[in-house]
Design a binder for this molecule. Sequence first.
Ligand code: GLN
Length: 288
Amino acid sequence: MLGQGKVADYIPALSGISPKKFGMSIHLISGERFSVGDFKENFSIQSISKIFTLSMAMALDDDSIWKRVGREPSGSKFNSLIQLEYEHGIPRNPFINAGAHVITDIVFSGYSETKLAILELVQRLSANKSIDYNEEVAQSERETGNRNLAMGYFMKSYGNIHNKVREVLDVYFHQCSLSMSCQDLSRAFLYLANDGVMPSTGEQIISKKDSDRINALMLTCGMYDSVGDFAYRVGLPSKSGVGGGIVAIVPGQMSIAVWSPGLSESGNSLAGTFALEQFVNYTGKSIF
Ligand code: GLN
């Protein structure tokens, strides 16, 4: 499994990474943590960032989000345009790219310094002030991001992007470029295992209800177009990114981050998925 699959190569900054890298980190809400392999190595979190912005948007906006984005698995690729036309510029869910653009647009409307607000949240959740955007990755995303821009302008034509498309997409490309380790990520998402509260600080990041809802969306829409297979094999609310990272939540207990850059056809880490499957087989920690 390790070393197999295809490393994302749509931008040079991602293509040079060895598919043999593997790291895993587990943070328990009790404060204990366990890590293995390349768990301290930073990688591009890509679509995992969509959980941070969704949390911010839900904290700001509540139910009006769902007039602009759906809550169903898409059954198509994460960057598909065709479904958007059929569905009049309303993306199927907040984790496909178009849905994430709308969510970033909502966050953009809510914060004057949007990139800074996202970065500060991520640093606070991870307790790591050195986390930053990778400008080289963000710039490559922008230079090659024509399909993302096309989706943005298309939704703008339906009035579903409220701000300037290029400005919203600049934030989106930056959030995708966030460079973090498994250790940072598993700590950052503990609030989703603990009813919206960071266990170490007691800070309420989102309400319990929103935390439950984000977990539900991760379970049904978080793993691209193989979310059904992933639920069958692993059975945990999870979100992947094309950088090879996956975060998985065991509600009430722990947050897990795993990273290995070789991807399956649908864009999920092959070794990461296998590791989570083995973890659940050994521990019985699936939610089912
Ligand atoms: N930056 C990538 C894109 O927008 C992220 C995609 C992903 O991880 N699915 O295409």
